[in-house]
Ligand binder design. Structure first.
Ligand SMILES: C[S@@+](CC[C@H](N)C(=O)[O-])C[C@H]1O[C@@H](n2cnc3c(N)ncnc32)[C@H](O)[C@@H]1O
Length: 220
């Protein structure tokens, strides 16, 4: 398959995913996802860029200290839902069409970039993180809630195989086996503020349970 065909396929999968994601996400919010969002975003402040905002599930959790919210979302259907949500909450938000790999905003212009459940799905994680780093002001932070690869080598191998034959195709380009913490470090962020968490915290291993939650800082 050529690169162009692959890109088309990824977009088709993402469009299909956009149709059912809002309902699936709504059912997860009350089962712990909403509390993780609330805890993560309680202290975010200033001018915010949210990447891959989906239907705006994070919007209710932004505190008053947020002075401007600009969101980027490639799927038109999700952009409309995000705008509806912002309106219902009485929030001023701009929701732009765009991709994490080429953010349509100026360099060094945001106090915070928010990415929740997005770095598993972007087409090129290194490029997306380089862009997030570019648009942050020096000292600004990337606020993350991302599911990541298992630390167990065998499970990780299984995740990569599962992604290739099934998961990515069904879940809009999502990958369960991405080593996102290492990629964030490679992009030049200080990752000390990122902590591993299990969610959902079940007694048996689930490929999407290991998460990284917290902030990564761009150097001053
Ligand atoms: C699992 S949903 C998460 C949505 C939202 N961030 C949340 O926490 O509910 C993944 C989102 O990433 C978006 N996405 C996928 N690839 C992207 C890319 N290359 N650039 C920006 N967003 C992307 C999808 O359209 C979708 O909205």
């Amino acid at each position: 398959m050529t690169t162009l065909q692959e890109a088309r396929m990824t977009r088709r999968r993402r469009r299909l995913f956009a149709r059912w994601w809002p309902r699936a996400a709504a059912s997860m919010e009350d089962r712990g996802l909403g509390s993780h969002r609330a805890r993560l975003l309680a202290d975010v402040e200033g001018r915010i860029l949210e990447v891959g905002c989906g239907d705006g599930a994070n919007f209710p959790y932004y505190p008053n200290a947020v002075t401007a919210l600009i969101a980027v979302e490639p799927e038109a259907q999700l952009r409309d839902l995000a705008l509806e949500r912002a309106e219902a909450l009485g929030m001023q938000a701009a929701v732009l069409d765009g991709q994490a790999e080429q953010l349509p905003v100026e360099s060094d212009s945001f106090d915070a970039v928010v990415s929740t459940l997005v770095l598993c799905s972007v087409e090129d994680q290194d490029r997306a993180l380089a862009e997030m780093h570019r648009v942050l002001k020096p000292g600004g932070r990337l606020w993350c809630l991302e599911h990541v690869a298992s630390g167990n080598r065998l499970i990780h191998l299984g995740e990569r195989a599962f992604d290739a034959v099934f998961w990515s195709h069904v879940f809009g380009g999502c990958h369960t086996g991405r080593e996102t913490g290492a990629a964030i470090g490679r992009a030049g962020f200080d990752t000390e503020g990122l902590a591993p968490r299990r969610f959902p915290d079940l007694p048996f291993p689930l490929s999407v349970s290991p998460h990284l939650i917290g902030t990564a800082r761009k150097a001053l």
